[in-house]
Design a binder for this molecule. Structure first.
Ligand code: SF4
Ligand code: SF4
Length: 231
């Protein structure tokens, strides 16, 4: 079932994004709800009757990521427009996937905001965490991550066991993500999300995006567009 469904979902995405150069190929991972509960019992109440979680990552184009350089702490117009484009694709994709699965007799449930999308994507085999605390996939860290709950019985995909972050793999070097954040929200203690949120509130409102991140720590890095250790 896993591979047939993965192909069907890929086909839906490919049809939506034919000749679209703003986004790259979608990444798709599956997680059995039981396996999430084994990791974190508290998630049980948010999963309802669902059996599996479908996890997706729409990577932004390399060009848009590279446009978001560190000359200013305001994100580039190009990356903002590309991210908004990816969010629109996400909405259309979810509609089409829901219709497709419903006609096959399956149920799609709303995801609960309490679910940690990064953790789910990690457990679904989409990537591994970087020092910027975001997931680094084989197509990089810059993109649109989302999940759907379903009653389809699926097996979990294998977790990404190898590191994808240069610092985590070697214990030294890189940390470009720390340097890219001009507001010093990143440190060895982790990410202070309140800094990202305040930055968005103070500086990003006029660029018309519903995002609490500026992407600098994900763009000006060797892991923005690819897994830097996958060579
Ligand atoms: S910029 Fe370097 S240290 Fe930071 S997450 Fe990417 S690979 Fe890891
Ligand atoms: S998203 Fe947050 S951590 Fe990343 S560069 Fe912007 S303010 Fe810094």
């Amino acid at each position: 079932m896993n591979e047939t469904l993965r192909q069907d979902l890929s086909n839906i995405y490919d049809n939506l994004t034919k000749k679209d150069t703003l986004v790259k190929e979608i990444l798709i991972g599956f997680l059995k709800c039981e396996d999430l509960i084994k990791e974190d019992q508290s998630m049980k109440e948010y999963l309802g009757n669902s059996k599996s979680i479908l996890s997706f990552f729409i990577p932004l184009s390399n060009e848009s990521i590279q446009s978001n350089d560190n000359k200013t702490f305001i994100p580039s117009r190009q990356i903002i427009d590309t991210y908004k484009h990816a969010l629109n694709i996400k909405v259309q994709f979810i509609q089409e996937v829901s219709t497709f699965l419903t006609t096959k007799g399956y149920i799609i449930y709303d995801t609960n905001e309490k679910l940690d999308l990064d953790e789910i994507a990690y457990l679904s085999g989409l990537g591994n965490f970087g020092m910027h605390t975001s997931l680094i996939t084989k197509a990089g860290a810059c993109g649109c991550l989302f999940s759907l709950l379903t009653n389809i019985e699926l097996e979990s995909d294998a977790k990404y066991t190898k590191p994808t972050c240069i610092y985590k793999a070697t214990g030294r070097a890189c940390l470009d993500c720390f340097r890219a954040c001009q507001l010093h929200a990143l440190s060895f203690d982790g990410l202070d999300k309140s800094v990202c949120g305040k930055h968005a509130l103070d500086n990003l409102e006029d660029i018309d995006i519903n995002s609490d991140i500026c992407f600098k720590c994900l763009s000006n890095t060797p892991c923005g567009c690819e897994d830097p250790l996958d060579r």
